[in-house]
Ligand binder design. Sequence first.
Ligand code: PEP
Ligand code: MN
Length: 338
Amino acid sequence: MIIVMSHGATKGEVDAVVDRVHEIGLKTELSKGEERTLIGVIGGNAYAYKEAFSHLGGIHEIIPITKPFKLASREFRPANTVVDVGGVKIGGDEVVMMAGPCSVEGEEMLLETARHVAKQGARILRGGAFKPRTSPYSFQGLGEAALKMMATARDETGLKVVTEVVAPADVELVARYADILQLGTRNMQNYALLQEAGRSGKPVLLKRGMSSTIEEWLLAAEYILSQGNRDVILCERGIRTFETATRFTLDLNAIPLARELSHLPIVVDPSQATGRWSLVRPMSLAAVAAGAHGLIVEVHPTPNQALSDGAQSLDFDAFDLLMSDLRRMLGAMAKQLA
Ligand code: PEP
Ligand code: MN
């Protein structure tokens, strides 16, 4: 539930309410708006305890959060969350481009890609070091060596780094190198991993499970948020449908709906969603038109030689075309790239 404090509630009154919540054994999350302070009360069936506050001053009203996810809900935090990744703001008015290879295959190809996407206006470098492959015989990533290459690319280009972590035991290692931890579609309901990422102190990019509902996705975000980590970025990356002509089906509905239901920023991965490089540019534009705060796109110097996801990776020319179209479209929307 949410305890909405009155306009002129004093700090003493807010503190008294917070203390009472803790006495009952529930948790609080404070949200100080321009007008009022909201106290989110988390745990169990919090609303059942509403009478316990009837004698306290400074309370305007007490309202239940009707959704199963609480901290992630728009009811809990009416204003958009903006995740600040070392000065790159995700969730504001500007659209953030994240780009790079599916997998880090070596330092040369990574640096070449990083330099190129940075020059074109990307702010965040993507690249897998630990790859969750469908087949155990496929390339699994270079591990810590790849994380070091990502850090070198960051130092040289100023790009921030997003990379996937696949196991709870690796969170600390990946967090030492990454600016954002990526949790992949295959791990969206790996609750031990979600909680460990929640305790990492790093922003988390949470991919939607390929067969997960929007509610399950927001409940997965709740696991991270409930560890005290507010910096969760949702990522729509396509879902399983009956269609086999594309790798997945990009759920454009999810973008405005996630924004209605949640205050968290949302980015879109048109590369995994389509599986075809030729569809990445149109679907990127569609995602931004539908309200995405950013894009995460696979780019490779020579896609036909890529060790993973070459068919959906843009070469440099295709990436340049995407960036120029994106700039033109954002201009028409009176928006711009971050
Ligand atoms: C990826 O980004 O390369 C990836 C494996 O993503 P997903 O978890 O969405 O499949
Ligand atoms: Mn990939």
